[in-house]
Design a protein around this ligand. Structure first.
Ligand code: TYM
Length: 331
């Protein structure tokens, strides 16, 4: 059976980018063919300035949104990362496998460390080691496939390198995983700044569609999306990033090929209107189910408690094997 693992970090409200790039595909996993684990990776939210109460609130909300999106806890394992100590146990061994140079080269580290420095904040050491913890998240379950958006490809590449290196040095311990990306929607851009990724924790929220936004808010954000001066509705990231982003979103919501869709529009206005409606319809059931589930926090707690028990059971033997392989005395 294929083993699948992926995660989302509770640093902000979940976005349309998270949904189209990752979460929607988690829901589509055929559970008869694969054993899947999905996690709200809360430890990763501590790598930048954070407010404890907010992280706690966003963690619960993320679990609730995943359930609302259709993750079925009877068919897969849904849990909160910090409830399963095996991730951090393994992370240390992988820190002893990784080199500091390869971590300093990570694009996300360079971007986020740069931003933190610019705003006069310190850079937490955990921001540098973050991809190693992410590798542990993945390797601890013997994962074959990691469904993620494009921005995580480099981290999964590092995970593969660490798995191969550990196996070569200490004997076969880890499955070497691969990232899987959606054909359309792997990189949804900010509607106000189509050269930047639509990210949860941007300062300005005008270009970010959140999964729990009200329909009118979604419409307003999409109708005000920045488009490109000139050349009509064309699918070309270089010359028309704004329009291309709208075509990607529309194609990801409705199905179809964004380049072909471009030929069916002659005005930005109609493209925006159709895109807005497609997004509203796609996220409507998630928002409605979220409202019902949020009224029952006891259910959500129970789901993650059971999920953590199952995840721990799966993780422990592999971490124990890694501890033995690397030369630590068995307990
Ligand atoms: P995070 O929380 O930033 O994003 C969660 C998932 O959403 C995808 N994504 C996007 N896809 C398309 N367009 C966008 N604008 C967009 N924004 C986000 C991300 O690619 C991701 O798949 N480091 C990870 C969390 C993590 C993880 C893991 C993932 C920790 N451990 C192990 C997989 C496996 C992150 O920051 O994702």
């Amino acid at each position: 059976m294929t083993r699948i693992f992926s995660g989302v970090k509770p640093t902000g409200h979940m976005t349309l980018g998270n949904y189209l790039g990752a979460v929607r595909r988690w829901v589509e996993v055929d559970q008869r063919e694969a054993e899947a684990l999905f996690s709200v990776v809360d430890l990763h939210a501590l790598t930048v300035e954070h407010d404890p109460a907010r992280v706690r609130r966003l963690s619960r909300q993320a679990v609730t949104v995943l359930l609302a999106a259709g993750i079925d806890p009877e068919l897969c394992t849904l849990f909160v990362q910090s409830h399963v100590e095996e991730h951090t146990r393994l992370s240390y061994l992988l820190e002893c496998t990784a080199g500091d140079g390869e971590l300093r080269r990570m694009i996300q580290y360079r971007e986020k460390a740069g931003l933190a420095r610019e705003s006069g904040q310190g850079v937490r050491l955990s921001l540098l080691t973050y991809p190693v913890l992410m590798a542990a998240d993945i390797l601890v379950y013997g994962t074959d496939e990691v469904p993620v958006g494009d921005d995580q490809a480099q981290h999964v590449e590092l995970t593969r390198d660490l798995a191969i290196r550990f196996n070569q040095r200490y004997g076969h311990t880890f499955t070497v995983p691969k990232a899987t990306r959606p054909p359309v929607g792997a990189r949804i851009m900010d509607l106000q700044d189509p050269l930047s990724k639509m990210g949860k924790s941007h300062e300005s929220t005008a270009g970010i569609v959140y999964l729990l936004d009200e329909p009118d808010t979604v419409r307003r954000k999409v109708m005000r999306a920045v488009t490109d001066s000139g050349s009509g509705v064309v699918y070309d990231r270089e010359s028309a990033p704004g329009v291309t982003n709208l075509l990607e979103i529309l194609a990801a919501c409705r199905g179809g090929d964004p380049a072909e869709l471009a030929g069916t529009y002659s005005s930005y206005g109609t493209l925006k209107k159709d895109t807005a409606e497609a997004v509203v319809e796609l996220v409507r059931p998630v928002r409605e189910r979220h409202a019902r589930l949020a009224a029952d926090p006891g259910f959500v707690d129970e789901v993650v408690r059971k999920g953590a028990d199952r995840a721990r059971e799966l993780a422990r033997p592999r971490v124990d094997a890694a501890y033995a392989a690397i030369g630590l005395l068995p307990r």
